[in-house]
Design a protein around this ligand. Structure first.
Ligand code: NDP
Length: 400
C-alpha cells in the first residue's frame, strides 16, 4: 500500500517498527531514520529476514529541517511517523509541510528549556497543513492516543453527551530496580515533577505535584495508589468531546518511585536549568538520564500488567450513564512478542495504527487534528487486531 518514514529508534519506535513489519500489506516499505544509525541498522538486520516490508535506514538530525527535507524527498514516504522526542515535533512538521507529506506523532511539542505541554505550537500549523492538503495526526500513542479514540468511541456509541472523564493509567509492572523510568527518563521525570492540573467548567485548576491521591482497584493488577497529573490530552478532549464539565488524569506510582524522585528533586538532580560542571555546561536531568537504566533494557526483567483506560459519566436518552473502556497489557507477553515492555508496546502499537489510518485513507482530511477528531471505529477494530484488545464495564467503581 505505501511507505512510512519512522523518525527515532528508541523504545516506542522499536515496537512500532516490529508492528509495521507484521503489517507488510500496508507498510510495503519503511525507512528508519534516527540520530544513531547503528540502532536503526541493528533493528533492520533483526527484522528484515522476518518480513516482506522493505526496510531502509538513514542517519538524521531531526532538529535540522533542511536535513529532514532532503531525506523525505529522497525516500518519498506517504507518511512520516515521528517517534523521536517532543522537542523535534515542530522541525519535523516544518519538513512535512515543505515536502507535502502527512505527519503523525505521539507527544505534543515541548520547548527544551521549559517543561510545558501545550498544543498551541502545533495547532498554529492548522491552516498551513490545510492549504498544503496534508494531514497531521497529533498524539497517536496510548495516552494521548487510545484515550482520545476511547473518548470519541464512547461519545459516538454510548452517550449523547459526556460530562466527566477520568483517565486512569496504571502500571502494575515490576522491573526489580529501586528506581528506573519506563520510557525516556527525561520526558518522564519532567512530566511527573510538574504541577498537576485538571479542567473543570472550561478552566484549568492547578495543584501541587502529586497533591491529589486516590486508591483504585484495577482489573488484572489490583489496588494501587494513583496521583493526579497534568496530561496533554486533557486540553484537546475538553474542546473536542461534547458536554465535558470535568476531565482529570491519574497515574499510578509506587512509594519507592516517589521517595527516590523526591530525594532526586531535593538534591537538584531533576532540574532542567543548566549548571557548570568541570568547565562545561550540563543539565542535571540529562545527566540523571545517563546514569539511570536505559528503558529499552527493562523489558526482559519487567513482570506484571498495565491497565489504562477512561471512565466516562454522562447522559444517554436523558438518563445518567457510566462506562469504562480500558486495555490490560502484560509486560512479559509484550517482551516475548517484540522484545519490549508494555509501556513501549502500548505506545508503539497505536503509533503504527495511526500511520496505517492515514496510509489506507481511512482517516483522510487535510489539516492538524487530535486523534479524537477522527472516526474511532476503524482504530478500535485495529486495536483488537494488533495486540491491544479493549474491555468495557458498564458499572465501574468511580473515582471521587
Ligand atoms: P527514546 O529516548 O527511547 O527514543 C527516542 C529516539 O529518538 C532515540 O532513538 C533518539 O536517538 C531519537 N532522537 C532523539 N533526538 C533526535 C534527533 N534530534 N534527531 C534524530 N533522532 C533523535 O524515547 P521513547 O521511545 O521512550 O519515546 C519516544 C516518544 O514517545 C517521545 O516523544 C515520548 O514522549 C512519546 N511517548 C508517548 C506516549 C504516549 O502514550 N502517547 C507514552 C510514552 C512515550 P538516540 O538513539 O541517538 O538517542
Amino acid at each position: 500500500m505505501g511507505k512510512c518514514m519512522i523518525i527515532g529508534c528508541g523504545g516506542v519506535a522499536s515496537v512500532a517498527i516490529h508492528k509495521c513489519c507484521q503489517n507488510s500489506e500496508v507498510f510495503e516499505g519503511i525507512m528508519i531514520a534516527s540520530r544513531t544509525k547503528s540502532k536503526c541498522d541493528a533493528l533492520r538486520d533483526k527484522l528484515q529476514p522476518t518480513t516482506k516490508t522493505v526496510i531502509e535506514t538513514a542517519q538524521v538530525n531531526a532538529d535540522n529541517v533542511d536535513e529532514l527535507i532532503l531525506l523525505i524527498n529522497s525516500y518519498k514516504p506517504d507518511v512520516v511517523l515521528n517517534l523521536a522526542l517532543p522537542y523535534q515535533d515542530l522541525t519535523i512538521m516544518d519538513a512535512c509541510l515543505a515536502t507535502k507529506t502527512n505527519y503523525v506523532d505521539t507527544a505534543n511539542y515541548e520547548p527544551l528549556d521549559t517543561a510545558k505541554f501545550e498544543y498551541k505550537w502545533q495547532w498554529a500549523y492548522r491552516e498551513k497543513f490545510e492549504q498544503a492538503g496534508i494531514t497531521a495526526l497529533l498524539g497517536s500513542g496510548f495516552d494521548p492516543g487510545v484515550t482520545g479514540v476511547f473518548s470519541a468511541y464512547a461519545l459516538k456509541h454510548e452517550f449523547d453527551e459526556i460530562n466527566y472523564i477520568d483517565i486512569l493509567d496504571c502500571n502494575g509492572g515490576d522491573h526489580g530496580y529501586p528506581f528506573a523510568t519506563n520510557f525516556n527518563p527525561e520526558i518522564n521525570i519532567r512530566e511527573v515533577s510538574a504541577k498537576g492540573s485538571y479542567i473543570e467548567n472550561g478552566e484549568w485548576v492547578e495543584t501541587e505535584p502529586m497533591e491529589i491521591k486516590r486508591v483504585y482497584n484495577f482489573k488484572g493488577v489490583g489496588e494501587k495508589d494513583m496521583y493526579l497529573l497534568h496530561h496533554e490530552e486533557l486540553e484537546s478532549l475538553a474542546l473536542n468531546i461534547k458536554g465535558i464539565k470535568r476531565i482529570r488524569f491519574f497515574m499510578t506510582f509506587g512509594q519507592s518511585y516517589l521517595t527516590h524522585l523526591k530525594c532526586l528533586e531535593n538534591v537538584g538532580m531533576t532540574s532542567i536549568e543548566p549548571i557548570m560542571y568541570e568547565g562545561r555546561e550540563i543539565v542535571p536531568l540529562q545527566f540523571l538520564k545517563a546514569v539511570l537504566p536505559d528503558p529499552a533494557t527493562l523489558g526482559a526483567r519487567t513482570v506484571g500488567k498495565t491497565n489504562i483506560g477512561c471512565i466516562f459519566r454522562g447522559k444517554k436518552d436523558g438518563k445518567d450513564k457510566t462506562y469504562y473502556l480500558y486495555n490490560i497489557c502484560d509486560h512479559q507477553e509484550c517482551y516475548k512478542e517484540v522484545g519490549s515492555q508494555a509501556i513501549s508496546y502500548t505506545t508503539g502499537v497505536p503509533a503504527m495504527i495511526g500511520a496505517m489510518m492515514i496510509m489506507t485513507g481511512q482517516w483522510n482530511k487535510a489539516g492538524v487534528y487530535n486523534i479524537e477528531e477522527f472516526d474511532p471505529d476503524p482504530f478500535m477494530q485495529a486495536l483488537n487486531k494488533w495486540g491491544l484488545p479493549w474491555e468495557e464495564d458498564f458499572n465501574p467503581t468511580l473515582v471521587d
